[in-house]
Design a protein around this ligand. Structure first.
Ligand code: HEC
Length: 119
């Protein structure tokens, strides 16, 4: 390879990899979604606690649905995931303000696929 050609290839490659780096930073931020080790305790319970339990617990729980314990969530799992996976704008989506982030829904899927363990 001629030295000039080598230099041009090198410059092109560096430019391309710099571009790739910028894009991934922009798309995923500094913490990409990691759904590889999802647990009830670290991920699912806190998610439901902050997003659902204010309406779904206690004597006046919306729709009579209490989501404050593992057993109660497990007992209504298919209804819960069904309503959480409705798209934005669907009158049935939960929470009513709109669906959770794609990352949270991916974590929910991974947990359900693992058998929804109390881990
Ligand atoms: C602001 C209050 C509020 C929040 C927050 C909320 N919900 Fe609801 N939810 C309601 C109300 C009101 C209903 C009854 C009306 C309806 O079915 O849409 C309901 C109904 C439901 C139902 C249907 C129950 C049934 O037996 O048909 C499910 C499942 C549900 N919510 C799950 C969730 C989940 C999961 C979250 C959190 C991701 C959540 N909700 C967050 C108010 C809320």
């Amino acid at each position: 390879m001629k030295p000039a050609l080598f230099l041009i290839s090198f410059a092109l490659l560096s430019a391309l990899s710099a571009c790739y780096y910028d894009n991934s930073e922009e798309l995923y931020g500094t913490t990409p979604c990691d759904a590889s080790a999802v647990t009830w305790t670290a991920d699912i319970q806190p998610m439901l606690q902050t997003q659902c339990v204010s309406c779904h617990s206690g004597a006046s729980a919306s729709a009579g649905l209490d989501l404050s314990t593992y057993t109660l969530v497990k007992g209504s799992l298919s209804t819960v995931t069904g309503r959480m996976n409705k798209p934005m704008g669907d009158p049935l989506v939960m929470p009513p303000s709109g669906p959770l982030s794609t990352c949270n829904l991916t974590k929910l899927d991974a947990w359900v696929a693992a058998g929804a363990p109390e881990n």
